[in-house]
Design a protein around this ligand. Structure first.
Ligand SMILES: *Cc1c(COP(=O)(O)O)cnc(C)c1O
Length: 396
């Protein structure tokens, strides 16, 4: 019997240039983003400038985490306590958490069979015009039809915030993921596409919106030092009426992210080669369903999702266990109790009046998830796929 031996949570080491850059910051003692020598940009200023340039975005702000970036995106969008915000029912806990943190109420939208937001349910829920904001989560890197999203946002005058935690480096129809949004938020947490342990990046195009986000992040009125920010005049009317919710990024994290950003596209290509191997092996089992991706979607395969349609919960639990015993860690989104990084929408019990989302229940009940860290080789992915197919086919 074949076994897999590597860890599903082991990242690649940081490069020598990242370690060198971090050492220089530590030797300087100037770790705070606004602690600069006169006229010199800080590592955080440069990261913001470089990430904006990488995407082709107008403005960029580095924050303490992806979830924090989404929270201040809500605030910068003008969301007020009691407002209703449309968002995916299939997402990760920081997304409804950020909505809750802004005092707003999530209106959860069903997931479709392709793991993207259900566009018909979205249109139905937008058409009541109760919500002014759509927080669209590209959960596990699945990008919904962004042309239809744009039409829906235009038709119902929705402010679009994109959660691009899993789509940094991905594109829709050659446009970098996040550029269609009024605000897009990225994460640099260890399990995303660039790694600073914790961290977030927020991009926006409107002067006022970005000025508000910068003040919220805790600018101590040093906003004129930012290099990917609107001109100081944009801050005039908002700087005294916008609270400081301290959540800045520091120079140490920015210094290790900058060299990673230069290699991001290369890393995405490496993820996609691994994804392709795993995808091809898994498709050899008749019991495994992997929805086809849309032609316009240039995703980053840093994780893979598949469905075991029509297979009972008890059998899925058994499959997950058997794969685990052979060294392959699968996550099941149908689990009753939230565990690991997965949680089902019905475990977010702080949301009042949780709707019945029968389609989402159904999709999640057969949905499995597998991480693809870059410490795995393509032949590792071949082996992992063979083990899964073996376990699934034998359990039927
Ligand atoms: C990781 C993640 C975030 C943000 O996470 P942080 O850990 O706060 O950086 C947001 N949305 C999704 C879907 C995520 O996976």
């Amino acid at each position: 019997m074949k076994y897999f031996k590597k860890s599903f949570t082991q990242q690649e080491p940081l490069s020598d240039s990242a370690i060198q850059a971090a050492t220089e910051v530590m030797l300087s003692g100037r770790l705070h983003r606004y602690n600069t020598v006169a006229g010199e940009p800080s590592e955080v200023d440069l990261l913001e400038q470089e990430f904006a340039a990488y995407l082709g975005a107008r403005y960029c702000l580095a924050c303490s985490s992806g979830g924090y970036a989404i929270h201040i995106a809500m605030r910068a969008a003008g969301v007020k306590p009691g407002d209703k915000v449309l968002s995916n029912a299939f997402t990760l806990a920081p997304v409804p958490g950020a909505i809750h943190n802004s005092g707003a109420i999530p209106i959860l939208v069903e997931v479709a069979d392709d793991y993207c937001i259900d566009l018909n349910d979205l249109e139905a829920k937008a058409s009541t015009r109760e919500s002014k904001v759509l927080l669209l989560s590209h959960m596990r890197g699945h990008i919904a039809d962004m042309d239809r999203i744009a039409t829906i946002c235009q038709r119902y005058e929705l402010f679009l915030i994109e959660d691009c935690a899993h789509t940094m480096g991905a594109k829709w129809n050659t446009v970098p993921s996040g550029l269609q949004a009024d605000i897009a938020c990225y994460s640099t947490q260890t399990y995303k596409h660039i790694n600073s342990g914790e961290g977030g990046l927020l991009v926006a195009r409107d002067d006022k919106v970005m000025a508000r986000a910068i003040i919220y992040s805790g600018s101590y009125m040093f906003f004129d030092q930012h290099r990917a920010a609107p001109p100081p005049a944009a801050f005039d009317s908002i700087k005294q009426v916008t609270p400081n919710y301290s959540g800045r990024m520091d120079n140490l994290r920015a210094s290790i992210l900058r060299p990673q950003l230069t290699r991001l596209d290369q890393q995405c290509a490496r993820w996609n080669r691994r994804y392709k191997v795993l995808d091809q092996v898994l498709r050899t089992s008749k019991a495994i369903t992997i929805p086809d991706r849309q032609a316009n979607e240039q995703f980053v395969g840093s994780s893979l999702q598949f469905s075991l349609c029509g297979i009972s919960s008890s059998k899925i639990i058994d499959i997950v266990q058997q794969c685990g015993e052979r060294g392959v860690v699968l996550k099941w989104f149908g689990e009753e109790q939230p565990s690991g990084y997965t949680s089902r929408f019905d475990s977010w019990q702080y949301i009042n009046d949780m709707p019945q989302l029968t389609n989402t229940q159904r999709v999640l009940s057969s949905l499995l998830d597998i991480r693809i860290p870059l410490t795995f080789s393509e032949s590792d992915c071949q082996l992992i796929g063979e083990i899964i197919v073996d376990v699934v086919d034998q359990s039927l």
